[in-house]
Write a protein of this length. Structure first.
Length: 91
């Protein structure tokens, strides 16, 4: 297979799940972004504390952005640090 369109985070997670580290090194992605997606938090209007949850979420997200932690979290996500599958190759 020469090409397979996929989200890079998902694609690399699939590679880590299915291939050895040596095999993974032979596969890469094209830097051109084909599709962009946004993430959303949904809270039901029926939820009594919905406004409070939204305010707390936004405050926490702002804190993560301000202290740079969210950037580190995305780096970890992209590197596979959160993948349970990595334990298979590291043991």
């Amino acid at each position: 297979m020469d090409i397979f369109p996929n989200n890079p985070v998902v694609g690399y997670a699939q590679l880590r799940k299915s291939f050895t580290p040596e095999q993974q090194e032979r596969i890469t992605h094209h830097p051109k972004v084909l599709v962009t997606n946004s993430l959303n938090l949904l809270i039901s209007k029926k939820c009594k504390n919905g406004r409070l949850f939204l305010e707390k979420f936004n405050a926490g997200l702002k804190k993560l952005k301000n202290n740079g932690r969210i950037i580190q979290m995305f780096k970890y996500l992209n590197s596979g640090k959160y993948d349970k599958q990595l334990e298979k190759w590291n043991n």
